[in-house]
Ligand binder design. Structure first.
Ligand code: CO
Length: 186
């Protein structure tokens, strides 16, 4: 009497199932998730631990000025203080750095008529010259930019402060000259 219940009647009452009970027909969105999993890593580790991320931050705003002393006096009147002065011979520019919170104002005045800052002043007048983002890994950032076709203005260089930097053309950045820098920690 009991034997009749162990055959096909019982199986047909169940949902169709594949090996190990996985549904035979998965919804499309599940398949999409499945395909998006990167199997190149270690076995079944669908969600590999992400590398530590240090998002870029604004390191400084570079402002081109005719008269460095007058500009310094203006920002000092707002309570900012000069923490670094430097003449960068290769760029023919006098630089003053004034920290403002976690960022800095970088005042730039030309030391010669053929300085890039002199040419900027001639064409545009005093004003915002560039924005500098501090990135955790400059070489990685440069690789990504090159892969995406962004226009870099120089190979990574080491500046006088010991940091490495590149400039990205305004055509690639939304119209502003962008400096990327990486602090070289000892
Ligand atoms: Co700068």
């Amino acid at each position: 009497m009991q034997g009749g219940h162990t055959g096909g009647a019982g199986a047909s009452a169940c949902q169709p199932s594949g090996p190990r009970g996985y549904p035979v027909a998965a919804p499309m969105e599940s398949i999409d998730v499945w395909w998006s999993v990167d199997w190149s890593g270690a076995g079944w580790q669908a969600e590999a631990p992400a590398p530590p991320v240090f998002p870029p931050s604004i390191d400084h705003l570079g402002i081109a000025v005719h008269d460095l002393a007058a500009s310094i006096a203006f920002y000092q009147s707002l309570g900012l203080a000069v923490t670094h002065r430097e003449t960068v011979l290769t760029e023919k520019v006098d630089v003053a750095m004034l920290p403002a919170g976690d960022s800095r104002i970088e005042l730039l005045a030309p030391t010669a008529p053929d300085s890039p800052i002199a040419r900027f002043l001639e064409k545009r007048g005093p004003g915002l010259h560039h924005i500098a983002l501090r990135v955790p890994d400059l070489n990685a950032a440069v690789s990504r930019l090159q892969a995406s076709g962004a226009r870099l203005l120089n190979e990574p260089r080491t500046g006088a402060g010991g940091h490495t930097y590149v400039f990205v053309h305004p055509a690639s950045t939304g119209g502003v000259l962008l400096e990327l820098i990486q602090e070289n920690t000892k």
